[in-house]
Design a binder for this molecule. Structure first.
Ligand SMILES: Nc1ncnc2c1ncn2[C@@H]1O[C@H](COP(=O)(O)OP(=O)(O)OP(=O)(O)O)[C@@H](O)[C@H]1O
Ligand SMILES: [Mg+2]
Length: 235
């Protein structure tokens, strides 16, 4: 019989596991949704780093940054695991060009076949450009469904999506809503404006199979990454 019990893995973000029932659900897809510059890539790096520390395979598929830029960011935060595991457990791919359909259906499965039976943590950062190319909503849905199912079969995945528009509201723009429906978990990183400063905060909009916080939790990005203050109010 197939074991369908929920297994949790640490997010690697101090203060976050307690908000999500102990950790992310293994073999699920987590969508991290937030404004430009708010900390989505650092969140993703911390998630992968946790896996590297445990001897898991970590895939970073970037549509924006090259390897040098990612390693520089990891160095600045003191995340030594990325250089150490480069080309062994840490696999980096820069997605170039514009043929996302071919990338998702042909190249990506090929890249991920490297995982060789190990638990994998996968990051796609950011998935947003895909939506600029695939305007047909029905096709978007089918492709996302297929690729999310592939991710679930291989391990635990974070997809980041850029949020545009009013930073002080939680509304979801229509064209970006699809991955939020299809993902198992949606984490919103907000940038809240309070008179004369910005405060970053994290909230969990949905999480299948889990009891999770309904709060808005402030966080800081320090010289060693994101720290969430789970019991503090935002202002
Ligand atoms: N070494 C560091 N120490 C403290 N804060 C840092 C450090 N590096 C980055 N930051 C903060 O993190 C922010 C960038 O984080 P990150 O690159 O994860 O954001 P992002 O949401 O992925 O951005 P983008 O939309 O550009 O992809 C910076 O704007 C800065 O505020
Ligand atoms: Mg980024």
């Amino acid at each position: 019989m197939v074991d369908q019990s929920v297994v949790r893995i640490s997010s690697g973000i101090p203060g976050f596991d307690a908000l999500i029932g102990g950790g992310f659900v293994r073999n699920s897809v987590v969508v991290v949704y937030g404004s430009p510059g708010v900390g989505k890539s650092i969140f993703s790096l911390q998630f992968l780093r946790e896996g590297l520390k445990n001897g898991e395979k970590a895939f970073y598929i970037s549509l924006e940054q090259d390897l040098d830029s990612i390693l520089k960011q990891a160095d600045a935060l003191g995340f030594v695991e990325f250089r150490k595991e480069l080309n062994s457990n840490f696999v980096f791919t820069k997605m170039t060009g514009h043929d996302f359909k071919a990338f998702l259906s042909i190249d990506l499965p090929k890249i991920l076949s490297e995982r060789a039976g190990k638990e994998a943590r996968i990051v796609i950062d950011p998935l947003t450009p895909l939506f600029w190319e695939i305007r047909d909503v029905a096709l978007q849905r089918t492709m996302l469904e297929n690729v999310f199912n592939l991710f679930r079969s291989l391990g635990t995945t974070i997809i980041t999506i850029e949020k545009y528009g009013n930073i002080n509201t939680l509304e979801l723009s229509e064209d970006m809503a699809m991955p939020l429906y299809l993902g198992d978990t949606v984490v919103l990183i907000s940038l809240l404006f309070n008179q004369n400063f910005y405060q970053t905060a994290v909230s969990v909009l949905k999480m299948r199979f889990s009891q999770h916080s309904a709060g808005l939790h402030p966080f800081e990005i320090t010289s060693n990454g994101i720290h969430i203050f789970q019991d503090q109010p935002v202002f």
